[in-house]
Design a binder for this molecule. Structure first.
Ligand code: RUQ
Ligand code: CUA
Length: 667
């Protein structure tokens, strides 16, 4: 096996030999290059003017966003702002999108997003929406894939870390979020060393298939472990959800050591249809819990934030059969269900095997009551009774598994930096390929669904080191495209990524590309501040608030001169781009603004709020090179001292000051 990196056995972590990696140095580059076979370049070459075959959606990790790449080229197509402010298009800065970032902790302009998940119909990605989780302030966002925009964000109450999220059910009825950190529920002031007594976990099921109405359907109260990842069942296991947990030791300090003691932790197998029955029978107790739901209405293109006050919580002790624990070796991380829905594959970070559970056996074990014990009302099934098989000697540090739909599974090996291909049913390793370096997630388009498009695999690597021209102490994270169409995996391409992509999903371009909105119909805009025609703009004063309505079109603003603003005023520029043509955007920026510019899609209205600091003349201009006369697209606003006699003026064509005053009166 030609692995161009040297390995040396490193220190032992919790009794498992970890492997330290010495990264390839320049002298070894030839070996690396040899891994790329002769036709690799032609396989990733997408000629200028041609389209890629797949859209790939990568999480931004600590950037809080989603980035969209074309595959196989690895070209970056777009960055979709989700949980973090994004000055490039005013997301989270302008009045229209700011409410999306509201939480019960106030305005939170950042998060850590790990797992993009496409909506599905009958277990197959359908390209309607993309969901993504926020890890730090637990939330789930829904992105509309006709516009590539964040439309909705729901906060998860009774949760302290939204990591196992937002995996979807095969019909997208629910997306889920499990708390990574257990905390007192409801959260309250207790001594940390009362962990075992007071700390609990929750698994949340969130209704996801009705735009504008995402909500917490119910939560299941769980033992105080750490919940890590999840995946829905499908086919025969449809109606079930599987979540990994670690720290079944319930340690509250030095988890590195103290949460690695037990030989096995658990996968929680949740029968959510059973949960629905219990709710129908009134078993769930409504609990006071504050959280917010934020929705960007596509017709006004304005977001609103609303507060919610209660959730339904089920305790497994009151709803028998809702949760079972499957013992799983050594702090499992990923849990993935194969396309047939029979096999549940765990990634045991510190395990020496890849354990696979059988759904058929799980059903039988429940019927036979093959239990070891019960934890907080949750029966723990016998390992041997549910085990389908173990992949022996797969490598070190198995994390995540995806499937090609042809009977093979591909598992990322963090410690030994490789992808391992193995056969479902026989559990034999059939191929392996090194990654550069320290792979986390891997992704096959549709690779966690019923119908994978098993042509490519993308490895998402944590460490980049020498793969690109150096850029100081921090290097970009790196993805690698691997051809999995044949028996042997073939490395095709490296491409740098933004933030830290944890997981990604991809879908054939044909599913999405022809459904794109090209512009927003001005006639249908319900934005309260829309200006639909050139002559309809103006300036109005309400106390110390001044509202300016104006249009942008190639190559001017109208009105483009304003007077009558005073120091101490708050000025809202409500700018409408009245273009009705694809990809014709305008921007708006004003001297001395303490916020980002606006970027206006054709047919939309956005608002920049500006508080002038002193008297003078302030220019504003279009920031998007929209036309030959883009540099002429400008205007002035005059600011006078407080109490000045300067009259309100907007140079609206043919509108007199008297008419303006009259229009003002009507308001
Ligand atoms: S994970 S640490 Cu998806 Cu492997 Cu977030
Ligand atoms: Cu409009 Cu430049």
């Amino acid at each position: 096996m030609n692995i161009p990196i040297k390995r040396s056995v490193g220190l032992a972590i919790a009794g498992i030999a970890a492997v330290g990696i010495i990264y390839a140095c320049a002298g070894q580059r030839t070996a690396t290059t040899n891994l790329v076979t002769g036709d690799a370049a032609s396989k990733v070459y997408v000629a200028p003017g041609s389209y890629d075959e797949f859209y790939a959606f990568m999480s931004g990790g600590y950037s809080g966003q989603v980035s969209v790449y074309g595959l196989p080229s690895g070209r970056l197509l777009k960055l979709i702002p989700v949980f973090s402010q994004f000055a490039e298009d005013a997301y989270g800065y302008d009045a229209e999108t700011k409410p999306l970032l509201e939480t019960t902790y106030g305005f939170v302009p950042w998060d850590d997003s790990h797992h993009p998940e496409l909506s599905m119909t009958d277990g197959v990605p359908d390209g309607r929406w993309l969901f993504i989780n926020a890890n730090n302030t637990p939330r789930i966002a829904r992105i509309d894939l006709t516009r590539f925009e964040t439309d909705e964000i729901i906060q998860i109450p009774n949760s302290a870390g939204g990591h196992a999220s937002p995996f979807t059910t095969p019909d997208t009825k629910y997306v889920v979020s499990a708390t990574r950190f257990s905390v007192p529920i409801p959260n309250t002031d207790v001594a940390i060393d009362t962990y075992k007594k007071n700390f609990k976990g929750t698994l949340s099921f969130i209704t996801a298939d009705q735009p504008g109405k995402m909500d917490i359907a119910f939560q299941i109260l769980m033992p105080g472990y750490n919940y890590d990842l999840g995946h829905a069942g499908k086919g025969p296991s449809d109606g079930w959800f599987f979540f990994t947990s670690y720290n079944s030791e319930q340690a509250n300090a030095k988890l590195e050591e103290n949460a690695s003691q037990n030989d096995k932790d658990y996968i929680a197998a949740v029968n959510y249809k059973r949960a629905e029955e219990c709710i129908a029978q009134g078993v769930a107790k409504p609990q006071a819990a504050e959280y917010v739901h934020n929705y960007f209405d596509p017709s006004s293109r304005t977001a609103k934030s609303e507060k919610k006050t209660s959730v339904k919580v089920i305790s497994p002790t009151d709803c028998a059969g809702v949760v079972y624990y499957l013992p799983t070796p050594k702090s499992p991380h990923g849990v993935d269900v194969d396309p047939t829905g029979e096999y549940i594959v765990a990634g045991g970070k510190l395990a020496t095997v890849i354990p696979v559970h059988s759904f058929t056996k799980l059903q039988k074990a429940i019927a036979d009551k093959a239990f070891d014990k019960t934890v907080d009302g949750i029966p723990v099934l016998k390992y041997d009774a549910v085990m389908a098989g173990e992949v022996q000697k797969p490598g070190l540090g198995p994390l995540h598994t995806e499937f090609d739909g042809k009977g093979y599974a591909y598992t990322s090996m963090f410690i030994s930096s490789e992808v391992v291909k193995w056969k479902l049913g026989t559990w034999e390793v059939v191929d392996r390929i090194p990654t550069y370096y320290s792979i986390g997630h891997l992704m096959i388009p549709g690779g966690d669904s019923k119908k994978p498009w098993g042509k490519y695999l993308v490895a998402m690597n944590k460490i980049t080191k020498d793969r690109y021209l150096p850029t100081g102490p921090e290097m970009a994270q790196s993805a690698q495209l691997i051809d999995i169409s044949g028996d042997k995996m073939k490395l095709l391409l490296d491409f740098p990524t933004i933030g830290e992509p944890h997981y990604a999903q991809a879908i054939p371009a044909s599913v999405i590309k022809d459904k794109q909105v090209k512009f927003h119909k001005l006639a249908e805009s319900t934005n309260p501040w829309v200006t639909k025609a050139e002559a309809d703009g103006g300036i109005t004063r309400t106390g110390k608030k001044v509202d300016i309505k104006m249009i942008a079109i190639r190559s001017h603003f109208a009105p483009d001169n304003f007077e009558g603003v005073q120091v101490g005023d708050t000025v809202n520029f409500h700018v409408t781009n009245i273009e009705q043509d694809w990809d014709i955007l305008h921007g708006f920026a004003v001297l001395g603004a303490n916020t980002s510019e606006l970027i206006l899609q054709p047919g939309e209205t956005r608002t920049l709020t500006w508080i002038p600091k002193g008297p003078g003349i302030y220019p504003f201009y279009c920031t998007d090179f929209c036309s030959a006369l883009h540099q002429e697209m400008q205007g002035y606003i005059r600011v006078s001292p407080a109490g000045s006699a300067t009259k309100l003026m907007a140079n609206v064509s043919k509108k007199t000051q008297a008419q303006l005053a009259e229009a003002n009166k009507e308001k």
